[in-house]
Design a binder for this molecule. Structure first.
Ligand SMILES: [Fe+2]
Ligand SMILES: [Fe+2]
Length: 181
């Protein structure tokens, strides 16, 4: 299954929740880049890293112990966001940067969205997912358009953006079936 909403710009396989990584995929990056380019990359990676922490936390607090397909889908989405978080944490260190210390605020935002929507039920969970993921896709597009990424990092960002599109499609489909019930 390829992504539905990136208007055919990408052909990333979003059925792969956690792509394989080999030793050779890890590289020290950006050492010969201009300071202005590096500065933009740093800001972009820090933004993506914190957004993904929020996404993990939202899904984490939406999952209940109920044995259901709904929870199974939320667990898969949480795993996918953990992969994104890992992607950007690795890239930060490869470029010689460190994760931001203010990201705790994003954990709390994620907790508020996640736990709050869980209390309100499935439709609220799905609507929250669609809203947050749509914001994420916009954010990704902006960062892809405005920053001069190296090729490897750009591909990771595009794949992760396609994943977010996949989440939107999934939640929209589930929301339609909830509404028609
Ligand atoms: Fe994500
Ligand atoms: Fe997502």
């Amino acid at each position: 299954m390829s992504d539905q909403n990136t208007k055919g710009r990408t052909s990333y396989d979003i059925s792969i929740v956690r792509p394989q990584m080999n030793h050779d995929d890890f590289k020290m990056r950006g050492r010969d880049m201009e300071p202005a380019r590096l500065k933009a990359i740093k800001k972009g990676l820090l933004t993506l890293h914190t957004l993904e922490l929020m996404a993990i936390t939202i899904y984490r607090f939406q999952i209940t112990s109920e044995n259901s397909q709904f929870n199974r889908q939320l667990i898969a989405a949480m795993c996918n966001e953990m992969t994104h978080y890992q992607d950007f944490q690795v890239k930060l260190y490869e470029f010689g940067f460190k994760p931001g210390v203010t990201r705790l605020a994003f954990w709390f935002a994620g907790f508020a969205f996640g736990f709050g929507s869980r209390l309100l039920g499935r439709k609220a969970i799905l609507k929250t997912g669609i809203w947050v993921e749509s914001k994420a896709v916009q954010h990704y597009a902006e960062l892809l358009d405005t920053i001069d990424w190296d090729e490897d990092t750009r591909k990771i960002i595009e794949k992760d953006q396609a994943d977010e599109d996949g989440h939107i499609s999934k939640w929209k489909t589930l929301l339609e079936s909830e509404v028609s019930q």
